[in-house]
Design a protein around this ligand. Structure first.
Ligand code: ZN
Length: 511
């Protein structure tokens, strides 16, 4: 019988768990020093190892001869749990057992001491699906858990778990696993399975699985159905992806404004039965990589060969044009996503992008051109811009720094963080500029709470994340292809609220 790779290679010890080193270390240590908690909450995206870790932990606490916190996998208890003959570990899927009756049943069952082994371990998967009554019943149990019981609650939606439950648990947040780590793991498994494979194919799988190891292994299984050898061609077919070489060819066709080539590339995608929407998404992804590379930001998740090709492509672009390309393709992606005839939209859109870029150079000063509000202010801004120009550099804010700003914002206000994250952050020597490509998120930010409070929050998070003394400006950069409109309402309101203090909102006049 064919055993799915995911099942076959499911970790049996802590050290085999991939990409969650910190969590594993803490849990191993807890077992080794006999300081295991009575309730754990494992949160994080699907396929990142929550249930797997829960099962290893269940085995470790019951193991007769644990070695430095690891289960031995040889004692009767370990063997019993591995082959499911020992009934100490209970897996409950809260998605299908979400009511009060199931939890009542559970409360009866936990009263009995285990027939064998030290602990009864209850793993409740997707715990956020429980009904309110069930949560209340569970809470009572968590308040006074019997000595011989350990609860491990797992969820993909942490914010739906009541605070009362969370506060009773030791919480671990499982992170998405990096593409590189997944890639290495897939290669490792392919070697052990003695599979023939092209390294690039495994990288494609790793990329497509977006941080979930289980998804990566199921994809590998699907591809093996085609062919015992894992090739790039089959992988692209299963994923519906266009190869990165084709994407880069298209991007260079845009750079050269080679209209015929652009049309042909799209035609080829359609003829091969691939999804044009996905194609435009892929272009957007690679244009993003190019922008990051141009700004000296590390792109870890790419294969060395791809990275090298992207570097040479990035070198052929002027920084400002590359940013314009990013902005344009992001917009196009959204249009194509909702279009009834995606092919037509993609064609018109990409041709337009290429034409517009040709011979057009957007100076940083143009992006940041202030509203002619009062002459005084405008003069001041112009002077400022000249200073900045002489200082030279306007760069994208480093991803890690921007993430930190967003994280700090999230701690104060998750919705504010969501809207803020739609901006693109730039950095100069003494200021941060957040550019929005449409008005909506900025509009939201301004109307959130009282203006003065938003301003205080923004000042606080940027100061905490990046240090004192930075001037923070917000800016709507309308798309050049859009019709000229009056000054956006959001902007007027913003100026009333924010004045010319440290947090200001300025706008680029449309051409
Ligand atoms: Zn054991």
């Amino acid at each position: 019988m064919y055993l799915a790779l995911y099942r076959k290679w499911r970790p049996k010890t802590f050290s085999e768990i991939v990409g969650q080193e910190t969590i594993v270390k803490i849990l191993k240590n807890a077992v080794a020093t006999m300081q295991v908690a009575h309730a754990y909450l494992f949160s994080g995206p699907r396929g990142t190892g929550k249930t797997t870790t829960a099962k290893v932990l269940a085995k470790a606490v019951n193991c007769e001869h644990p070695v430095e916190g690891e289960p031995c996998n040889q004692c009767p208890s370990c063997i019993g749990i591995n082959n499911q003959s020992l009934l100490n570990v209970f897996e409950i899927d809260a998605a299908s057992n979400r009511g009060i009756d199931e939890i009542r049943e559970l409360r009866e069952s936990i009263k009995l001491v285990p027939a064998q082994g030290k602990y009864k371990v209850y793993i409740i998967d997707e715990v956020h699906m429980l009904t309110n009554e069930a949560f209340n019943a569970l809470l009572k149990t968590l308040e006074e858990p019997p000595e011989h019981v350990i609860f491990i609650l797992a969820t993909t939606e942490f914010n739906k778990v009541p605070v009362t439950i969370v506060s009773r648990c030791q919480r671990f947040d499982f992170k998405r696993i990096s593409t590189k780590t997944i890639w290495e793991h897939l290669k490792n498994i392919a070697e052990k399975e003695k599979l023939q494979y092209e390294a690039e194919a495994l990288h494609l799988i790793a990329e497509a699985s977006e941080g979930g190891l289980r998804d990566a292994l199921s994809l590998m299984d699907q591809i093996l159905v085609f062919n015992p050898k894992i090739t790039v061609e089959d992988t692209l077919k299963v994923l519906g992806f266009v190869s990165w070489r084709k994407i880069l060819e298209l991007i260079s066709a845009i750079r050269e404004n080679n209209q015929l080539k652009i049309i042909n590339e799209i035609a080829e995608v359609v003829e091969r039965g691939l999804d044009v929407k996905l194609f435009v998404q892929q272009i957007l992804q690679y244009v993003r990589y190019l922008n990051l590379i141009k700004n000296g930001i590390e792109v870890e998740e790419l294969m060395p060969e791809v990275l090298e090709k992207l570097r040479s492509e990035a070198a052929l672009w002027e920084e400002d044009k590359l940013f314009l390309l990013w902005d344009d393709i992001a917009r196009l992606e959204r249009e194509v996503r909702y279009a009834s005839f995606p092919r037509i939209w993609a064609e018109v859109g990409l041709l337009k992008v290429a034409r517009n870029l040709e011979g057009k150079l957007l100076k940083p000063a143009t992006i940041l051109k202030p509203v002619e509000d009062s002459k005084e202010e405008s003069k001041k801004e112009k002077q400022k811009l000249n200073e900045e120009k002489s200082l030279g550099a306007i760069n994208l804010l480093k991803t890690s720094e921007w993430q930190e700003v967003l994280q700090k914002t999230r701690e104060i206000s998750p919705p504010l963080a969501i809207h803020l994250s739609k901006g693109i952050p730039f950095k100069t020597a003494d200021s941060i500029k957040i550019v929005f490509t449409d008005e909506e998120p900025l509009n939201w930010i301004i109307h959130y709470k009282k203006g003065s409070q938003v301003k205080a929050i923004i000042k606080e998070v940027f100061t905490e994340a990046l240090g004192e003394g930075l001037k923070i400006t917000f800016n709507v950069k309308k798309h050049s292809l859009e019709e000229k409109t009056d000054e956006p309402k959001a902007l007027k309101k913003a100026k009333e609220l924010f004045g010319d203090d440290k947090v200001v909102i300025i706008n680029k006049e449309e051409e």
